[in-house]
Design a protein around this ligand. Structure first.
Ligand code: ACM
Length: 262
């Protein structure tokens, strides 16, 4: 399958503009799977919870329906970060749109820094979605620093992890996600944003360098730190089913759950 990410700089508070940019970019690509950054429709630098509430949308809802239509039209699986309103809660979610028009949801479990003031922690665990025989797990940004998250997905059979991100700590996730790929023998699509976002006195710079890694932890493709574009490679998800490291060692069989503290 052809799998890729669209690295760009979403505009804060401009969901329609961001949706148009995403639609234009993906309309011109040939891929089976496309991953977008965290909170790709709303931007990230918020001053208070009300700002997030004003921009967040329900699922289904107007933007989710447009992305679902795009996925069907392009026969593509699309994963995006999304500010999801549900009752009085707002989740920092990743949505997966199948080529058949279904929508699947993951809600970020490890909220980063001030996200704790604006969002509700995830309550859906770590689901794995089977899309046309490919087992896909979703994580959002800071989740990468918790090896238990990727391991939980891999133990359920995830072959590809899609990882919408808004990384502010430069260089860390490019290392951890290589390791997570290697230690679980899975593919990993890290879709980060780039650019500086300012809201009043607050400003954050995001580090780009989105990448795809294979089950050996090799970088298959990586974007630059300030580069906008769609980057894709051919991957064979079935390679992730082979957990052997040597003829006598296999990653999951050799785990010593009898002595671990977790
Ligand atoms: C992050 O979790 N957005 C750093």
């Amino acid at each position: 399958m052809r799998a890729g990410f669209y690295q760009f700089a979403p505009a804060l508070g401009e969901p329609e503009q961001n949706l148009k940019k995403i639609t234009d970019a993906l309309s011109g690509c040939e891929a089976d799977l496309a991953v977008l950054p965290e909170l790709a429709l709303t931007g990230y630098v918020f001053n208070d919870r009300q700002e997030v509430l004003d921009l967040a949308e329900t699922v289904p809802g107007k933007s989710a329906e447009k992305l679902a239509e795009l996925a069907v039209k392009k026969k593509m699986t699309i994963v995006t970060g999304f500010a999801e309103k549900s009752g009085s809660a707002v989740y920092n979610s990743a949505l997966l749109f199948t080529p058949e028009g279904q929508i699947r949801t993951y809600r970020k479990n490890h909220l980063f820094h001030e996200e704790k003031l604006f969002f509700t922690p995830g309550d859906l665990g770590f689901p794995v979605f089977n899309v046309k025989g490919v087992k896909i797990g979703l994580l959002v940004c800071f989740d990468h620093l918790f090896p238990e998250a990727a391991r939980t997905l891999a133990l359920q059979g995830a072959q590809v992890i899609c990882h919408p991100s808004n990384l502010v700590l430069t260089g860390k996730a490019q290392v951890t996600t290589r390791s997570r790929s290697m230690e679980n023998r899975i593919f990993w699509i890290l879709a980060n944003r780039f650019g500086t976002e300012t809201n009043g006195d607050k400003s954050l710079t995001f580090s780009g360098c989105s990448q795809i890694t294979d089950p050996d932890g090799r970088i298959m493709v990586q974007a630059g730190g300030f580069e906008e574009g769609f980057f894709a490679v051919d991957i064979n998800p079935a390679l992730a089913d082979d957990k052997s490291v040597t003829p006598l060692c296999a990653l999951f069989q050799d785990r010593r759950t009898d002595i671990y503290l977790l």
